[in-house]
Design a binder for this molecule. Structure first.
Ligand code: ZN
Length: 491
């Protein structure tokens, strides 16, 4: 365990009513207190579990305080990530095609991953995330087994080698991790797995549930839940046949957050209607899987009825606006979801962009483009979606400047090239991750001016990790040889 994670490290999770004494403090030059506006000289006291226990505006910093310059906001909770997709950034954008052709390239990258390579890459990706203000991440993880589908064994740090690699990466980067272990069984409705999908599958939902139970036991013995916790995911209704959905509905423990890719593409809806006579939302609902522990990721192509079902059930709708634009998924009905009372969250998904500020802005811009009007999501709502919506999707406490909140903060420079002249209240519309001056997780500084407190520059980590993945993919016997060939146009 690294020193920077002391706040969310070895301290047992307190009970809901436990009050622990403050052990550290974060002093903010300015802090955005939501409806309370921006306050000056705010000292936030934090207990040993990384929870806010006191907020004092208008007081000086004390020796030993973590000092955040600029305007501090609640840390953003990333509700949807596939860490290895970061290796595809800048390599697929010029070829045209669709989500489906991008997916072929993504499978080749997945084929090259080993636990060691994935740990290195994920450490770099999580360092990139945390340096721009994401303080927790829901990792939608489906690369479970060896490329041929056989489980990892004792020589590879056990059957959870890939999952433990991600957990170690998050701990090193100082980001809170909700590891969404994903059930992935089929290549489509009535379609077997393709070769590139074999390592994603446990064969049956029952075997996935067994592995999930074992993973929960393993992770909870190693990490407190505020640092690493385990959730569940159904990859999509494409990838889990209906009879297996029924098994999951019956046996998934009720306290586990559940995520699903939902109606990202019209083709998924068409196939689902053809195979089952229902929309993906209606199919999940008919099995009792739509509830307040569900996070529906994308929900781009949904009917009015689907929107009502998700909203009424209290599900979280996880929008990934920069990914949905990059992959030409379409513009989801964010405003309709909000009007229906759905809870919203944001995710960076395939990581063509990793920046909570740009994700918040893209949400508002999408609504402007859709409606021809400005002013849909105000700054308070955008920060609420980024911080609290993403935390709800992970079953975590949200970050904020109130006792009981997670002491996770991101501060931005209000006088940068991008933000100079901006009203402090409107920084959500002008700042980017490049303007982040400091990030705190659990009261502990994890990044300053884009540099990670213990790992250094995310750019260096990413360059090294992606180069090593390329090397492995290029090796004559490498499992992902086709990846590099594809990237260079040698099909
Ligand atoms: Zn995804």
């Amino acid at each position: 365990m690294t020193g920077n994670m002391d706040a969310v490290g070895p301290v047992p999770a307190p009970g809901p009513d436990a009050v622990l004494p403050a052990v550290r403090a974060v002093w903010c030059e300015h802090a955005w207190l939501g409806a309370g506006g921006v306050a000056d000289a705010v000292r936030v006291e934090v207990d040993g579990a990384g929870t806010v226990v006191g907020v004092l505006p208008g007081v000086p910093a004390q020796d030993g305080d973590v000092v955040l310059s600029g305007v501090a906001f609640p840390g953003a909770a990333n509700a949807h990530s596939h860490a290895f997709h970061r290796a595809l950034r800048g390599r697929t954008h010029d070829r045209g095609g669709t989500f489906w052709t991008w997916r072929e390239t993504m499978y080749r990258a997945a084929g090259a991953l080993t636990p060691a390579l994935y740990e290195e890459l994920a450490t770099a990706v999580y360092a990139e995330m945390v340096a721009v203000g994401w303080t927790s991440v829901a990792e939608f993880h489906y690369v479970h087994h060896r490329p041929d589908g056989t489980p990892y064994g004792q020589g590879d740090s056990g059957p959870h080698a890939m999952e433990l690699a991600l957990a170690r990466a998050a701990v090193r980067a100082g980001i809170r991790l909700t590891l969404l272990d994903t059930c992935y069984l089929a290549g489509g409705f009535g379609t077997p797995l393709e070769d590139g999908q074999r390592r994603f599958s446990d064969g049956t939902a029952a075997r996935w549930l067994d592995r999930l139970a074992s993973l929960r036991t393993t992770i909870s013995a190693l990490y407190p839940a505020q640092q690493v916790s385990v959730g569940a995911a159904i990859h999509s209704v494409r990838a889990v046949p209906e009879d297996q959905l029924a098994v999951i509905a019956q046996h998934l423990p009720p306290d586990v957050p559940l995520h699903v890719h939902l109606s990202e593409q019209p083709a998924e809806n068409e196939d689902c209607l053809r195979a089952t006579g229902r929309t993906p939302t209606a199919l999940l609902d008919s099995h009792g899987l739509v509830g307040d522990r569900l996070s529906a990721v994308h929900a781009t192509h949904v009917s009015g009825r689907d929107i009502a079902v998700l909203a009424d059930a209290g599900a979280v709708v996880v929008l990934c606006p920069t990914t949905e634009a990059d992959l030409a998924d379409g513009l989801g009905p964010a405003g309709d979801f909000r009007a229906a009372g759905a809870r919203l969250a944001l995710g960076t998904d395939q990581h063509a962009v990793v920046d909570p500020w740009l994700e918040m802005r893209a949400l508002e811009h999408g609504e402007r483009l859709r409606t021809g009007r400005r002013g849909h999501f105000g700054p308070e709502e955008l920060h609420g979606i980024a911080a609290l919506g993403g935390a709800a999707a992970q079953g975590r406490r949200g970050a904020g400047f109130r006792p009981g909140c997670a002491a996770d903060f991101m501060a931005v420079d209000p006088r940068s090239t991008r933000t100079a002249g901006s009203s402090r209240a409107q920084l959500a519309y002008t700042a980017t991750g490049q303007d982040v001056t400091g990030v705190v997780v659990g009261g502990v500084l994890v990044a300053r001016d884009g540099v990670h407190a213990t790992l250094g520059r995310p750019a260096d980590l990413l360059s090294a990790a992606i180069a090593r993945l390329d090397e492995a993919a290029d090796a004559p016997t490498g499992p992902g040889r086709a990846t590099a060939n594809h990237r260079r146009g040698r099909h």
